[in-house]
Write a protein that binds this ligand. Structure first.
Ligand SMILES: *Cc1c(COP(=O)(O)O)cnc(C)c1O
Length: 386
């Protein structure tokens, strides 16, 4: 259970992210044990949370990194991730980013289009290097998640469609500075009904057979991330059911002995360990509603405004109270979408109370912005001496 040391919060400027490092380490212990027992390769998706202490903790458990920009590759290298465990995906890699990643000698580029492949080949040729490449394939699997976080459908900007795969592979096999060694998939995020992963496996089996017939030697099979977390019951389900998730791939994927299975979990590792701590500025009595106006807003945690996500809200200053009331919990930003919850039944709220927005460890701090000339939120760790 995450315990918030609120007596020690008075010296810290709100809003800030509070990270439960014990929970992060327990989560990493479980996922890395399953991976090592099965010979799976894990690459943490840095975009979920790039806080240096989070990266360092994850690196200490031996995971690799999955990056989607040159900046993330740099953050991973600086955090001490082994270069041969770094993957680099993304539809718009710049020349500078490609050069940097080649110089760092990362494991693999996950390539998303033919012009990108040709560009990587040209840059590698100039540097007299070989670029290891996995083709990101769009398997046209519907992940049944929010429209904005579905990535595996044909209408999507990510990856190479099955119709265009042959062309891509045949070209890649002719390029002298490209070593086509892998296939990469990522069908979406916050996936809770796991059946799309079963579909993904059977599509991958077929794709691997086909690529073999084209003469491609595939040693890396990277199935991406996407496992969801329980946003409504973070205390009851602090650690996702990794066992069931991994068993799907164990059971349904048909790999050759020399083919490595790679995963890129993001949210499932860091989501539950973080909370946004915010202070109540005012309790405003509207005509039909009561508003708890807090000092944190969409600039600190944008998920509710961006994808209608809901984070469980707790009044951690008054959690034992028997008296409750119904509030809209809103931030100070000049946008109507700056709302964390509507009609939330919460223990009575007063000015100065601390609220915790739970399950905010993934896509929280890393997406913070300075809109409205606001300061970025700080971060506090459970083992900090406050
Ligand atoms: C975002 C992303 C991930 C991580 O997704 P989660 O849902 O956070 O697990 C993995 N791989 C790629 C290529 C991504 O873009």
């Amino acid at each position: 259970m995450t315990v918030f040391p609120i007596e020690q919060f008075s010296n810290i400027e709100t809003p800030f992210y509070y990270y439960d490092l014990n929970l992060l380490k327990r989560t990493l212990g479980i996922i890395s044990k399953i991976a090592s027992d099965n010979g799976f390769h894990l690459h943490y998706a840095v975009k979920a949370n790039a806080n240096p202490r989070i990266l360092e903790t994850i690196k200490d458990f031996g995971l690799g990194a999955d990056c989607v920009s040159g900046g993330e590759v740099k953050a991973a290298v600086e955090a001490g991730f082994a270069a041969d465990k770094i993957m680099f995906a993304g539809v718009g890699k710049t020349d500078k980013e490609i050069e940097y990643a080649l110089d760092a000698n990362i494991r693999c580029f996950n390539v998303e289009s033919l012009p990108e492949l040709l560009n990587i080949d040209e840059i590698a040729r100039r540097k007299k290097m070989m670029a290891r490449v996995a083709v990101r394939i769009n398997p046209n699997v519907d992940a049944h998640t929010h429209h904005y976080i579905t990535t595996g459908l044909n209408e999507n900007k990510f990856g190479i469609s099955l119709e265009q795969l042959d062309d891509f592979v045949k070209t890649a096999l002719t390029l002298e500075n490209i070593d086509l060694c892998g296939v990469h998939f990522h069908i979406g995020s916050q996936i809770q009904d796991l059946t799309p992963f079963v579909t993904l496996c059977s599509n991958i089996n077929e794709i691997l057979r086909h690529l073999e017939s084209l003469g491609a030697l595939i040693s890396i099979v990277d199935v991406g991330g996407g496992l969801g977390i329980d946003y409504e019951q973070p205390e009851e389900n602090p650690i996702p059911d990794f066992e069931t998730y991994f068993n799907i791939f164990k059971k349904h994927l048909i790999l050759k002995p020399d083919q490595e299975l790679h995963f890129e979990p993001g949210r499932s590792i860091v989501g539950q360990c973080g909370s946004l701590i915010t202070k109540v500025l005012y309790v405003k009595e509207g005509v039909e509603k009561k508003f708890a106006i807090v000092d944190g807003g969409m600039t600190d945690l944008i998920r509710p405004a961006l994808y209608q996500a809901h984070h469980k809200i707790e009044n951690i200053s008054n959690s034992e109270s028997q008296i409750d009331d119904v509030y809209d919990v809103v931030g100070p930003i000049c946008e109507s979408s700056d709302t964390f919850g509507t009609d939330e039944r919460l223990p009575l709220i007063s000015r100065g109370d601390y609220l915790a927005l739970r399950s905010a460890g993934a896509y929280g701090e890393v997406m913070a912005s300075g809109y409205n000339c606001r300061k970025l939120p700080g971060s506090v760790f459970s083992d900090d001496h406050l």
